[in-house]
Design a protein around this ligand. Structure first.
Ligand code: SF4
Length: 311
């Protein structure tokens, strides 16, 4: 096995809990302000209408039942010993605090659930919700996963994200004050974004002192506005070598302490392009091999520039 030359989340989980820990995605039946008309109604251009990243989730049953079913699969497939409940699709803080706490508590009451990851948008974090999350951050192993996708407002407008970078930065600042760890969700290869802009994102996240990062390749999913644009030849997707090189460049520019929670995503059955991304483990291996080949690691270009300044 090739050495991980970045701060892999899976390794952190093993260190903290002493066994393999897997995330189990659950669907709590939320919607999103970029779909229900509050911020927009068509959603982000790449969103398939089931919420981003919803592939593989069992719907229509309780949170506890979803977790029990997920546990069986994770034990069988990966010999996992403990689990994190991952509230993933849509905006999982987009409800009154009483409803949120009932759902999160239901998850934490399931055997061997040792923590929570809650995915949401920066415009779904009113003060009462942040206070609620700060409470979970004190009593369990808690991460807030916050959608950024890009820190460049031109790109955010292009993908019809419905919020700007300032909203994200303000939410991260407030979370830091309250002791809530934040993992930023970033998409590489967004339409209209140059390679320089894409890589500048790493430096912007360092500036915000972000705790974790999830990188995702832009996927074109069936039934989305992005798929229509792709069909008309208006957008291109990244080639595999470009993506692998781009991820390595990004990691080299990112502070070494930042937790890396994902480096590529699963497109699932509705993926239109790029098809090469379905071979997820090959992509992850290619990233490991490329970092080893160049002698790079997470944060290595920051160390090099510090050294150059000192000379
Ligand atoms: S914020 Fe998430 S759920 Fe809402 S439209 Fe965008 S990708 Fe879909």
């Amino acid at each position: 096995m090739i050495e991980k030359r970045y701060n892999a989340f899976s390794e952190e989980l093993k260190r903290v809990f002493g066994c393999r820990v897997h995330r189990i995605s659950v669907d709590a039946g939320f919607t999103c302000p970029n779909r229900d008309g509050s911020a927009g109604s068509g959603g982000c251009i790449y969103c398939g209408g089931e919420g981003s990243g919803a592939f593989g989730i069992v719907r229509g049953v309780s949170i506890a039942a979803q977790l029990e079913e997920g546990k069986e699969v994770m034990v069988r497939k990966y010999k996992a010993g403990k689990f994190i409940a991952y509230f993933q699709p849509y905006s999982n803080t987009y409800a009154p605090v009483e409803q949120l706490s009932a759902l999160y508590d239901e998850a934490l009451a399931v055997n061997d659930i040792v923590g929570l990851i809650v995915g949401t948008r920066p415009d779904c974090l009113p003060p009462a919700t942040l206070d609620l999350l700060a409470g979970y951050a004190q009593r369990t192993w808690f991460w807030l996963e916050l959608g950024l996708q890009s820190p460049h407002d031109r790109t955010l407008r292009q993908i019809i994200r419905g919020h700007d970078f300032a909203a994200f930065a303000a939410a991260v600042k407030r979370c830091r004050e309250l002791g809530i760890r934040v993992c930023a969700h970033v998409i590489l290869g967004l339409p209209g974004e140059s390679r320089e802009e894409m890589l500048a994102t790493a430096g912007i996240l360092n500036g915000l002192q972000i705790d974790g990062v999830k990188l995702h390749l832009l996927h074109v999913m069936r039934g989305t506005r992005l798929a229509e644009m792709y069909g008309r030849g208006e957008v291109r997707v990244m080639e595999r070598d470009d993506y692998v090189g781009g991820v390595c460049d990004f990691l080299e520019r990112l502070d070494a302490r930042v937790s890396i929670q994902r480096l590529t995503g699963d497109g699932g059955r509705d993926l239109v392009a790029p098809i090469w991304s379905l071979a997820k483990f090959e992509v992850l291996n290619a990233i490991d091999m490329e970092l080893a080949r160049r002698g790079g690691r997470q944060g290595s270009s920051l160390e090099r520039s510090r050294f150059d300044v000192q000379r």
